[in-house]
Design a protein around this ligand. Structure first.
Ligand SMILES: Cc1cc2nc3c(=O)[nH]c(=O)nc-3n(C[C@H](O)[C@H](O)[C@H](O)COP(=O)(O)O)c2cc1C
Length: 162
C-alpha cells in the first residue's frame, strides 16, 4: 500500500521571505508609512500573510511569512513598487511555524523607537552614523526583525493606546 495520503487538502507549504531595499521617497513622512502599513495589512490578511517592515535610515527590511505561493506573488508585486529600489532577496525558506504571526503587516521606523531601545539595538548591530546598517546577513537580519518585534510588543503593552 502506498504511503501517500488520499487526502489532498494538506496545508499549503509555509515559507519566510526576507528582503531589503532602498527607499525612494524624498521626504518619507510618518503618514506615508501609516498608509503603507494599513494597505499592506489589509491585503496580507486576505492572503494569510504575516510580517514586519522595518525602516532604518534609507533602507527597508521586510519579512513576509505565509503560504509560499502567496508570499512569492506578493514579493513580485512589492519589488515592482516605485516607492523603493534595488530590492535584494536575503532569504526564502520553508518554515514549520510563523515568528511574526502577531501582524498581517506592521511597520516600524527604528529611528522612532525610544532612546533606550535604540541604544540596545545599537550595541548589538552594526551602525552607520545614527542608523543600524542593514547587512546582507540573513541570520543577523532575522535577529534584528525579532528584536524589533519584541520592542514593538513591549511598547504596545506599556502604552496600549499607541
Ligand atoms: C517597502 C514596501 C513594502 C510593501 N509591503 C507590502 C505588503 O506587505 N503587502 C502589500 O499588499 N503591499 C505592500 N506594499 C505595497 C505594494 O507594493 C503595492 O503597492 C500594493 O500591494 C498594491 O495594492 P493594491 O493591489 O491593493 O493596489 C509595499 C510597498 C513597499 C514600498
Amino acid at each position: 500500500m502506498s504511503n501517500q495520503s488520499a487526502d489532498n487538502t494538506q496545508a499549503p507549504l509555509l515559507c519566510r521571505l526576507i528582503y531589503k531595499s532602498n527607499t525612494c521617497w524624498d521626504d518619507l513622512s510618518n503618514e506615508m508609512l501609516v498608509d503603507l502599513a494599513k494597505q499592506s495589512a489589509e491585503n496580507n490578511q486576505a492572503m494569510d500573510v504575516s510580517g514586519l517592515l522595518v525602516l532604518s535610515g534609507e533602507t527597508f527590511l521586510q519579512v513576509l511569512e505565509g503560504p509560499s505561493d502567496a508570499v512569492n506573488a506578493l514579493y513580485v508585486k512589492i519589488i515592482a513598487d516605485p516607492r523603493h529600489s534595488s530590492p535584494r532577496l536575503l532569504s526564502f525558506e520553508p518554515i514549520t511555524s510563523r515568528q511574526f504571526s502577531e501582524w498581517s503587516m506592521h511597520v516600524v521606523d527604528l529611528y522612532d523607537l525610544p532612546i533606550h531601545h535604540r541604544g540596545l539595538l545599537a550595541a548589538k548591530y552594526p551602525m552607520k552614523e545614527d542608523y543600524i546598517e542593514i547587512s546582507d546577513d540573513s541570520a543577523l537580519n532575522l535577529s534584528l526583525l525579532l528584536d524589533a518585534k519584541a520592542i514593538c510588543l513591549s511598547e504596545a503593552e506599556r502604552d496600549p493606546l499607541n
